[in-house]
Design a protein around this ligand. Structure first.
Ligand code: XMP
Length: 534
């Protein structure tokens, strides 16, 4: 859910020890920019992505050991082609330009860049030159690489020497004196042979970066930075039951203890026993101070007779904000010290969109996990996970000692069961869906598949069908079972479940859930379907 609140960004926090000596990735809008940052962190080196429009001061603040210029979809000759401050190239900090990054660098340093007739895209062969190379040293003479570019560097800038070629272009070059490196292809993608080695060479041989970015170091320094930031003030956090908000809350709790109050709202749209179970885990196992708000009747009332999915989403979002804001206000009045901060489990992919080349103001949006909060809520944000990807958050969660159940929990939509109960929502149908869903998940667990699939759940269809039970004719409800595999929820495939698992699910649902007489299995992929039905 997008927010509208005008809240201070959390960027003001001091530079952490693990951030110093890391890598700044300057984003020219490339589709692989996030992947570059992640590959760097896989080498235990801190990396932060900044828009290419960042000032030299902003970059220097992080005290980076090196800078990587990302790829991008533009031509350096486009009218509004993204650019960096050229001073980035004269800071004495090693620079690696990848694809568009290489072209921009070449053009700025006096080389010659020309558009190619046809954009090159996909696999290609790259041949190393017999020349000294700091980042290609030790690699075979020929590599399979992945390229995607519309411009070529025709002439290298003064000071550079050629280190490799593809069939029709300069493939790589280096200027050892100025510590500048450039590759026309993408070392960060898996399709490039030995790409990790090339990045490692840049990180460790050239930049002398220190591999000190670990879960433990991140936790210690983040807790310390939060302590400095919040001083003696209070904070609130909206918990959803998912891994991101839980990890954020546990980190902040380590920093400020009881001065953090969490709010967990039961919308009445959670899964079977989820509210009670999660609340207990928060309180007893994680020691968090949590206010549990049972607002199920309130939500049901607001959703009465509403069947349009977008309408449902809007109502749930709006009511959630209203309830959260009311609880925050009550707390504000009762807290011994004023509440100044709002904690959110915002992740990196929520923060930067691929259009970040347009500059920070146009692109860095605050993704309000708890909903778009009203403008007049006077909180500054604490977002300890805003540089991380989901799997990195899981790793931090593990290092924090969070229970496995929360770390492996399937994603669950904010509007909850409302988008899995097609059409208008009634209490009775919600009960039916909850029971059927619990059976689906139980059977997936029993088959040892819970951690192997992306999501597994039941959907209650607004379709009745004729059946027979005992000697009588029935006209009962239909449950669809949806189990999908996915890497990032952008695409998904239905899981080929073993027949016995489907059989057990079907038999149990029909026998144990009153009113359901038919079970169907959803065999649609995304696209063209979506994971959820609404
Ligand atoms: P779709 O159905 O779009 O879902 O293929 C992709 C992923 O997003 C989840 N999802 C949502 N999450 N609010 C959320 O917080 C929503 O309105 C919403 N709709 C879908 C879905 O469960 C899947 O993981």
């Amino acid at each position: 859910m997008e927010g509208t609140a005008k809240m201070a960004q959390s960027n003001s926090q001091a530079v952490l020890k693990t951030e110093r000596g890391g890598i700044v990735v300057l984003d020219f809008g490339g589709q692989y920019t996030q992947l570059i940052a992640r590959r760097v962190r896989e080498q235990q080196v801190f990396s932060a992505v900044l828009p290419c429009t960042s000032s030299v001061e902003e970059i220097r603040k992080l005290e980076p050991a090196g800078i990587i210029l990302s790829g991008g979809p533009s031509s350096v000759y486009d009218k509004d082609a993204p650019v960096c401050d050229p001073a980035v190239l004269s800071q004495g900090i090693p620079v690696l330009g990848i694809c568009y990054g290489m072209q921009w660098m070449a053009k700025n340093l006096g080389g010659k860049v020309e558009p190619v007739q046809r954009r090159e895209y996909g696999p290609a062969h790259f041949n190393l030159e017999k020349a000294e190379s700091h980042i290609l040293g030790g690699l075979p003479e020929t590599l399979k690489i992945w390229a995607s570019h519309g411009d070529n560097v025709l002439e290298l800038p003064p000071g550079f020497h050629l280190t490799g070629k593809t069939a029709n272009a300069i493939g790589s070059a280096e200027d050892h004196k100025r510590k500048m490196y450039a590759v026309q292809f993408h070392p960060e993608v898996n399709h490039t042979d030995r790409g990790t080695e090339i990045l490692r060479n840049f990180l460790f041989r050239v930049c002398k970066a220190e591999p000190k970015w670990s879960g433990k170091a991140f936790i210690e320094e983040t807790v310390e930075a939060i302590r400095r930031k919040v001083a003696t003030h209070h904070a609130i956090c909206g918990l959803s039951g998912g891994v991101d908000s839980t990890v954020a809350a546990v980190l902040v709790h380590r920093a400020m203890g009881e001065r953090l109050t969490n709010i967990f709202v039961d919308t009445g749209l959670l899964r079977k026993n989820e509210f009670e179970h999660t609340l207990e885990m928060y309180r007893k196992r994680l020691g968090l101070r949590v206010i549990g708000v049972d607002a199920s009747e309130h939500f049901l009332g607001k959703l009465l007779g509403v069947s349009d999915p977008e309408q449902k989403r809007k109502i749930i979002g709006r009511e959630f904000i209203a309830i959260f804001a009311a609880e925050a206000e009550k707390l504000q009045k009762s807290a011994a010290g004023a509440i100044k901060f709002l904690v959110q489990g915002t992740l990196y992919p929520d923060v930067i969109e691929s259009v970040s080349v347009k500059g920070p103001s146009a692109t860095i949006k605050t993704h309000h996990n708890v909903g778009g909060l009203p403008e007049n809520m006077p909180f500054a944000l604490v977002e300890p996970l805003r540089d991380l990807f989901k799997d990195e958050v899981r790793r931090i969660g593990k290092d924090l000692g969070l229970p496995e159940e929360i770390l492996v929990k399937h994603p669950f939509p904010g509007p909850g069961l409302a988008v899995r109960l097609l059409g208008a929502i009634t209490k009775k149908d919600l009960e039916t869906l909850r029971d059927a869903d619990a059976i689906v998940v139980e059977e997936i667990r029993r088959a040892g598949l819970y951690e192997k699939v992306w999501q597994a759940f039941a959907v209650l269809l607004p379709v009745r069908s004729v059946g027979v039970m005992g000697d009588g004719r029935t006209y009962g409800l239909t449950v669809a079972v949806r189990v999908v595999q996915s890497d990032d929820a952008m695409t998904a495939d239905w899981v080929r479940l073993p027949g016995e698992v489907l059989e057990r699910m079907s038999t149990r649902i029909v026998n144990e859930v009153p009113g359901v007489t038919r079970v169907v299995y959803d065999v649609s992929s995304k696209p063209p379907s979506t994971i959820e039905w609404e």
